[in-house]
Design a binder for this molecule. Structure first.
Ligand code: UTP
Length: 295
């Protein structure tokens, strides 16, 4: 059976976006018209996932509420003749099963993934970070491509990578490919936040993964690193060092990763999505140009 399960970690505190994230999940912040996590769920649904497991936390119940069917709101809109607004809730009816489990302590992304172990069992699965959108309006089939690669190669780890400016490599996990050969390449290792002079490439880990369950054994052996957190990259590195197979899949140029984890990238994402809005984009562009030229 093809991979149909995606794990979406959304339990982090989102401290870089305070105060916006004090009482609401960062994954629920809007980018254009939708909350970030809705783009992620829609991307995964289009890529063939039909079970989504959220790794969630105490202040994240808004995410569960968002994906519930809201009968009262639906019937209010129907009875008020608000058919267009009703259509905005169509995502509630998509053919997806939602599951939730809590990460009881925020001990890092690696620890969040390990909370999925008993649900995942012995199948391969996708991980999609709940704070990152791939491509404008999430129009990407990267997960489908990664699943195909995993099924063809039986790789232990498949990771999406995006080319970033060389000067920025120290902010990311960076691929060290075995050979540079196109959009799909075998991985020697992943180097966490290298100096630009020493970076093996400018291909940055981009928020989408496919794992065989061997990741759980690697996570269990991974000791906490900076800030007491269990880093996913450390567990991936362990798999590769022990001879496991890792494959990188490059994002296409139009599949930019919008990471909304800090204000700079969140603002950029919001503005780009708003400018691409089919109804308001053109007017916003005109407005911004006028503001600019009049100072
Ligand atoms: P980040 O490291 O960017 O999220 O994790 P964070 O910890 O919320 O951010 P800051 O540094 O405090 O601002 C990327 C994804 O992993 C999830 C986050 O919710 C986010 O979607 N995550 C992170 C967890 O689920 N659990 C964790 O312990 C950490």
């Amino acid at each position: 059976m093809s991979i149909d399960l995606a794990v979406i970690p959304v339990a982090g505190h989102g401290t870089r976006l305070l105060p916006a994230t004090k009482s609401q999940p960062k994954e629920m912040l809007p980018v254009g018209r939708k909350p970030v996590v809705q783009y992620v769920a829609e991307e995964l649904a289009r890529s063939g996932m039909n079970r989504l497991l959220f790794i969630t936390g105490a202040r994240k119940t808004a995410i569960e509420n968002h994906f519930d069917e809201d009968g009262e709101l639906n019937s209010f809109l129907r009875h008020s003749g608000k058919e267009n607004e009703l259509a905005e809730l169509d995502f509630e009816h998509c053919d997806i099963k939602y599951f939730y489990t809590r990460q009881r302590r925020q001990l890092g992304l690696g620890h969040a993934i390990s909370c999925a172990q008993s649900f995942v069992g012995d199948q391969s699965f996708v991980v999609a970070l709940g704070d990152s959108i791939i491509g404008i309006h999430a129009e990407s089939d990267i997960v489908r491509r990664m699943v195909t690669v995993q099924e063809e190669t039986q790789a232990d780890v498949v990771i999406a990578f995006e080319e970033v400016p060389h000067a920025d490599v120290s902010q990311y996990g960076i691929a060290q490919p075995k050979h540079f050969s196109g959009d799909v390449f075998e991985l020697e290792s992943v180097v966490e936040k290298p100096d630009p002079q020493e970076a093996p490439s400018n291909l940055a880990v981009a928020a989408r993964y496919v794992f065989r369950p061997v990741i759980f054994e690697a996570l269990a052996k991974t000791r906490p690193g900076k800030g007491g957190e269990i880093q996913l990259t450390d567990a991936i590195e362990r798999i590769l060092e022990e001879g496991g197979k890792g494959i990188g899949v490059r994002l296409a140029p139009q599949e930019h990763r919008y990471d909304i984890g800090n204000f700079e990238s969140y603002f950029r994402a919001f503005v780009e999505f708003a400018l691409a809005d089919p109804v308001y984009g053109q007017g916003l562009q005109t407005h911004l140009k006028a503001r600019w030229t009049t100072g």
